[in-house]
Design a protein around this ligand. Sequence first.
Ligand code: FES
Length: 182
Amino acid sequence: MVSQQPGGSEEGAVHTPLGSRRSFFRWVTRAAAGLIGLGLAIPLAGYVISPALRRRAQSWVEVGRIDTLSVGEPAQLEYVTIVRDGYIEAKTQKAVWAVKQPDGAVTVFAPLCTHLGCGYHWDMTDRRFKCPCHGSVYDVTGEVLAGPAPRALDRLPTKIEEGRLLVMYKEFKSGQKVPIEL
Ligand code: FES
């Protein structure tokens, strides 16, 4: 016969702290639910966010053959590229300015004025790059000669493969003293 203890518990019975066991199972259930939720959330977040992260992915694009360039004569090279913005892909025509150096290397400038981002052109008579918007003027090396441009023309990474000029196109924040890539 089992004797009754004061307070209602029975002598010899296994003492189980019911409250503790309940809260333990509740904790285990919540932890399991949390892990399952995390397991679903991480791939989902990656799926949603990765296109936005890929937006800045850059690649080399061919802009022309170097044997078409004359030493010291800037040439505007146009090319078509695929621009990805998040989930959207679009074919876009772009252009860069290339200047062949006497040693065969090629300097390539981003096509936008560093003041406020207008397109500039090469004035063959004055032998200057000129921006029509506010009058910035650059020499053939891209250095500022006049106007409000805060820095030299932005240079793009280049490489030459079997006579083909490849450029890594980038855009930079306008109006800054130093190039800040967008
Ligand atoms: S945008 Fe070229 S001078 Fe202002």
